[in-house]
Design a protein around this ligand. Structure first.
Ligand code: FES
Length: 167
């Protein structure tokens, strides 16, 4: 006659569990843990969203003289740095004499866009992104938004950069 230990399958003897010595998590405890974790996540997400909403947009851009108006001929352009010396930008003069200016940083992956005089468009050489030279809007390619615009003012025969905005 076999005793109980001999009746159990082999795996039960090899991996025996003494249920009295194990600490079990009850369904209630597990449900409480899930509830508290979900609550903490919800509170954290709400705090982060509120912090993002309450942060003020940057308004402390410097005013910077870029060029004299007659320094750039229609369909011409000038490279400059704004708002910091590491930020590359382009000032464009259109055929009607008006100006627009954009960051050269492509919104796709950050390559430098350039003004293609033969097409009259701003182009990104990395993945063939094309932008409208007047508005900075995407014309073709992978970028999902237009170029960041440099806000400009023309006064006293000079062009000034006065801020940044999205195209
Ligand atoms: S980085 Fe400009 S199109 Fe990809």
């Amino acid at each position: 006659m076999k005793n109980k230990a001999q009746k159990d399958p082999h795996w039960k003897r090899d991996f025996s569990v003494d249920w009295d010595k194990t600490s079990l998590i009850t369904r209630r405890e597990f449900t409480r843990f899930l509830g508290l974790s979900s609550g903490a996540l919800a509170v954290g997400t709400t705090v982060l969203a509120a912090a993002g909403t309450l942060s003020k947009p940057r308004t402390d851009y410097p005013e910077q003289e870029i060029a004299a108006v007659d320094q750039i001929k229609p369909r011409g352009f000038l490279a400059f740095h704004y708002p910091h010396k590491d930020d590359h930008a382009l000032l464009l003069r259109h055929e009607d004499g008006t100006f627009s200016a954009f960051s050269q940083k492509c919104p796709h992956l950050g390559c430098h866009v350039f003004f293609a005089e033969h097409t009259g468009k701003l182009e990104c050489p990395c993945h063939e992104g094309f932008f409208d030279a007047r508005s900075g809007d995407v014309l073709a390619g992978p970028p999902q938004r237009g170029l960041d615009r440099v806000e400009i003012e023309v006064r006293d025969g000079k062009v000034f950069a006065v801020g940044m905005g999205e195209a």
